[in-house]
Write a protein that binds this ligand. Structure first.
Ligand code: SF4
Length: 408
């Protein structure tokens, strides 16, 4: 049976500020981590107080909050995990994302009413795995990224619980997160949220006796990034995923800025809205891919689900990040005396720069900067530098969640 149900759009948030951007750009749900037991532990994440505030903000806007607790739990951590789950009990979370069987057992014991979502880290690749998750009390499974679309359709048809898939963002070269490369090479455990991204490094060939002599294995002119996967982008395939009845589509990126999260959320929100009104045509897809290109990303792939053959390895002109736009600022208020919006500057721009401004539920618009006024003293400046607070006269009525960018 072909479905036309519009799935939930689930977006990452590394802190309270990004959570608010994600929600204002159209997320139906956000997923966040705490200070412990999740796979993005290096910086950011929510204290328990911030989590309470984030849940309150989200629920006021009708948006769900899922909490990520998906690291591998070792025996000596179980007491700490038990205490942490007790701390979560009083918070009105809409679901807890887990991969470890022991974590499921503890959540069932301490918060029996909690909705459990199985993380992609559990690497579920068939419907029997989904059935086991269901027996363990899970309400939803995020399938392994490494399955084909045909397998996805079979699994969805045979599953009672909700099915979620990643549609956008970085990929691992291993089964998602099940990788010891970073632990081995940098002493940082990816399964504890400390991945050093060793798969993105530039590798050389070295002969055993000549340890200071490196031979380049030429992948392209930038070097050899043999483990460096492209970024997933299933935007052009959303109609097929919706036809298969997927319940939730998920964006990767809990280390990303508000600029990245806002843009990707905006793009997928637009896509789902176009699909709902039956107008998600080739032109719209091209337009949205063009907008996605303004975020920093690697070359895109349709992943294991829709890619054919190994052309992506052969035809790989750019193995690093593609950065066509620079994130230059956000709105921090309005100052009528200067006749413009107040901008918190993140990266430098000049008088004469063309700002490309993204706003919730509107198409991006360009504005030329004819004048820059320093908000602190009202003096004119030719350049706006990082951490400056400036006013650009003439740019008024911007949404408070606007993202300002310039083309490189
Ligand atoms: S090193 Fe690369 S493949 Fe391994 S967990 Fe980190 S991002 Fe994934």
């Amino acid at each position: 049976m072909v479905s036309n149900k519009i799935p939930e759009l689930m977006v990452p948030a590394n802190n309270l500020k990004i959570l608010k951007y994600a929600i204002n750009y159209g997320a139906d749900a956000v997923y966040v981590g705490g200070k412990k037991f999740n796979l993005r532990s290096i910086r950011g994440n929510f204290s328990l107080d911030e989590l309470v505030e984030g849940v309150k903000y989200a629920h006021n806007k009708g948006v769900k909050v899922y909490f990520t607790l998906n690291s591998c739990i070792h025996e000596n951590e179980t007491d700490d995990l038990r205490d942490y789950i007790k701390d979560l009990k009083s918070i009105d979370l809409d679901g807890i994302i887990v991969a470890d069987l022991g974590a499921i057992e503890l959540i069932r014991e301490i918060i029996p009413e909690a909705r459990i979502h199985i993380s992609t880290q559990a690497s579920i690749t068939n419907h029997h795995g989904v059935k086991i998750a269901e027996k363990l009390g899970a309400s939803r499974v995020n399938l392994a990224r490494e399955i084909s679309f045909d397998d996805l359709k079979v699994i969805k048809n045979k599953s009672e619980v909700e099915i979620e898939v990643f549609v956008h963002g970085a990929l691992c070269i291993s089964y998602s997160g099940r990788c010891m490369l970073s632990k081995y090479m940098a002493g940082r455990d990816a399964n504890k949220g400390e991945c050093a991204h060793s798969c993105r490094w530039n590798y050389f060939l070295m002969e055993e006796q000549r340890s200071n002599l490196f031979f380049q294995i030429q992948q392209d002119k930038s070097g050899t990034y043999i483990y460096n996967s492209r970024d997933l982008c299933l935007l052009p395939e959303l109609n097929k995923l919706i036809g298969a009845g997927i319940d939730s589509i998920k964006i990767e990126g809990r280390m990303k800025t508000e600029s990245y999260v806002s843009l990707v959320t905006w793009v997928y929100r637009m896509a789902l809205d176009y699909i709902a009104e039956g107008s998600f045509t080739g032109d719209k897809i091209d337009y949205l891919i063009h907008e996605l290109d303004k975020a920093s990303h690697r070359n895109f792939t349709k992943g294991f689900m829709f890619s054919a053959g190994n052309n992506e390895l052969i035809d790989n002109e750019n193995v690093g990040y593609i950065k066509k736009y620079t994130f230059v600022g956000t709105v921090v208020g309005g100052r009528e005396e200067y006749g413009g919006t107040v901008i918190g500057v993140r990266n430098q721009f000049n008088k004469g720069s063309i700002l490309d401004i993204l706003q919730p539920r509107r198409k991006p618009q360009e504005y030329r900067v004819d004048k820059i006024i320093m908000a602190s003293n009202g003096e004119e400046a030719d350049v706006a530098n990082p951490n400056d607070i400036v006013v650009i006269p003439g740019i008024v009525c911007l949404d408070p969640y606007s993202i300002l960018r310039i083309k490189k």
